[in-house]
Write a protein that binds this ligand. Structure first.
Ligand code: MN
Length: 206
């Protein structure tokens, strides 16, 4: 169940000074999943990309799947150029109420500032031989294709479990060449403020 998936999340934050969601409350339980695509407009699963200015700046890409936010840390952030392959390091599932978290993590795990760089809903487009595959099965199978309906990111993105360098956590994130692709736009460089509050990471450092 969703609660059990968050064991790592809670363990890593034990004793840390942080105002991050605790991952114990109703957020996770209430989000317990509706079937994907069951209700057009209204209950599509959500995604978030958080810009996390920690020891190493990275972007955390999170997809709502079965009551938690399945998460990857993407050092360079998502690219909208289909020619770019971005390393995506799978990290611990996060509670659903992390989806709009912005703040400053004082010390301990992930110390630094977090803003909501992009957010919206997504559709799972994964298929196998023309048959739809659930997001959970796609994740387990190592191939997940989603269409993002965000502000900065639109169109389909493909996640592939590469295990590059023998690291089980290594995936690759690539933009699918579609209406949301753009070979010149570089949103991770040029659009650095929060889509929720217009704040930058630097604004949260005080
Ligand atoms: Mn992070």
């Amino acid at each position: 169940m969703a609660e059990d998936k968050l064991t790592d999340y809670r363990r890593k934050r034990k004793g840390s000074r942080t105002d991050e969601p605790r991952g114990t409350s109703r957020g996770a339980a209430q989000g317990q999943s509706k079937p994907e695509g069951a209700d057009e407009g209204g209950s599509r699963p959500r995604f978030v990309v958080q810009r996390h200015d920690a020891t190493n700046l990275h972007f955390d890409v999170r997809l709502e799947i079965d009551g938690v936010l399945v998460s990857w840390a993407v050092p360079k952030g998502p690219s909208v150029n289909p020619a770019d392959k971005r390393l995506a390091h799978r990290t611990e599932d996060h509670p659903l109420d992390y989806i709009d978290y912005e703040g400053r993590i004082e010390e301990g795990y992930g110390a630094g500032t977090v803003i909501v760089w992009d957010t919206g809903t997504y559709e799972n487009l994964t298929e196998d031989d023309g048959e739809p595959v659930s997001a959970a099965d796609a994740l387990a199978g190592g191939h997940l294709k989603v269409e993002l309906h965000g502000t900065k990111l639109t169109g389909a993105f493909a996640f592939t479990h590469t295990k590059m360098g023998g690291d089980e956590a290594n995936w690759m994130l690539v933009k699918v060449d579609d209406h949301g692709a753009d070979r010149r736009r570089k949103p991770t460089s040029t659009q650095n403020s929060s889509v929720l509050t217009d704040r930058t990471n630097a604004d949260l450092e005080e």
